[in-house]
Design a protein around this ligand. Structure first.
Ligand SMILES: *Cc1c(COP(=O)(O)O)cnc(C)c1O
Length: 361
């Protein structure tokens, strides 16, 4: 096996090699303080510097307006499925959900425990291969918010526009955050489990407009209260210190690469290399409809479960790891996150072509 394989896992996922090396170099002794980031007090001055740095880099890269706070939380995107309604639609108010995949469906079902949920769209009939156009959305006008998932990690679809609604917008950006510039001011709230594109597992980034914090019910747990976390600077309790530190390093790396415009260019380049193969193939079929394709997760299949399995096995032998699709879709999935080198996409494309030649029917 090559020293570093190309890892196409959907999350936890590839991180920039230079970041891993930087973390390795300062693992035992962070900036001469005599200990590792894992060992220091979260209340100490060193960690205060680390968390402030990560927050500032988030703000700079995403051009986050002063109206919005950055919070570092735990419990993954899944905890936000509950936190969002518990803060924004407390006391039985209503919310609209566009269901375009697995996670937005789970989010809607979780919200239904706390709020009255209206389905603004449900892609079940097309097996979540399609992202609705604006006209296909049916948002209940008295909803506290409209929730949607920008990039559907499992099905490999993505919204290429920001939906318009007369209600506040909430977005799950877990598998695409920091992959392109976003107009943060259009959102009441953005959240992302960090382990897809920006950090190790254990950290959730939340960007919330302060106007929507402080509306929770008295039953909202304090650990899920945006108002409480804003008040405590994300340190109501011990935060995931190590993850926040790595996030800071990843964000520094993104800045060095040219920021989110550069990430946007790269995601286009990587994904078009793979989609080009799919579009010129008689063997592979993409899961996503053409206008609904994700640039982060490319899903495809051969039509034969045996061939799919052989494809994945052969890929691993070439150092192309974790290309097996999620069990809901079967087939293959290549996750092409920020830290995936363009060479990785090229290596996968070459393998796909070779495999097709070898198995052409
Ligand atoms: C992975 C994922 C989730 C679930 O994230 P956890 O951090 O494991 O809770 C939710 N939404 C999207 C879009 C995801 O990709």
């Amino acid at each position: 096996m090559v020293e570093r394989a190309y890892n196409f896992a959907a999350g936890p996922a590839v991180l920039p090699e230079s970041v891993l090396k930087e973390a390795q170099a300062e693992l035992l002794n962070w900036h001469g303080c005599g200990m590792s980031v894992m060992e220091m007090s979260h209340r100490g001055s060193q960690f205060a510097e680390i968390i402030a740095d990560a927050g500032e880099r988030m703000r700079r890269l995403l051009v986050i307006p002063a109206t919005h706070e950055v919070l570092f939380m735990q419990g993954g995107a899944t905890a936000q499925f509950a936190a969002v309604p518990l803060n924004l639609a407390a006391d039985g108010r209503s919310a609209s959900y566009a269901v375009t995949g697995n996670f937005s469906g789970i989010a809607a079902r979780e919200a239904a425990k706390f709020a009255t949920v209206y389905t603004a769209y449900d892609g079940k009939a097309n097996n979540y291969s399609h992202i609705p156009a604006q006209e296909e959305l049916d948002v209940y006008s008295r909803s506290s918010y409209l929730h949607y998932c920008a990039n559907n990690t499992i099905y490999g679809t993505a919204w290429d526009y920001v939906p318009e609604a007369d209600v506040p917008l909430v977005c799950d950006m877990s598998s695409e955050i920091m992959s392109h510039p976003v107009k943060v001011g259009r959102y009441a709230l953005i959240y992302a489990g960090a382990q897809k594109n920006i950090a190790p597992a254990g950290l959730t980034v939340v960007i919330v407009d302060r106007r929507y914090a402080g509306r929770e019910s008295r039953y909202t747990p304090q650990i899920l209260s945006y108002a409480k976390l804003i008040e405590k600077g994300s340190m109501l309790n011990t935060p995931p210190c190590w993850c926040i530190y790595i996030l800071g390093l990843v964000l520094k790396w993104i800045e060095e690469q040219g920021g989110l415009e550069a990430m946007d260019q790269l995601r286009r380049e990587r994904s078009s290399i793979v989609y080009d193969v799919l579009d010129n193939s008689r063997l592979y079929k993409a899961h996503a409809e053409r206008g609904s394709r994700s640039m982060m997760n490319v899903t495809f299949r051969t039509g034969s479960d045996e061939l799919d399995a052989e494809f994945c096995k052969g890929a691993a032998e070439r150092g192309l790891l974790n290309v097996k699709g999620h069990r809901l879709t079967g087939g293959m999935r290549a996750s092409l996150y920020n830290a995936m080198p363009v060479e990785g996409a090229k290596a996968l494309a070459e393998y796909m072509k070779d495999f097709e030649v070898k198995h052409h029917v």
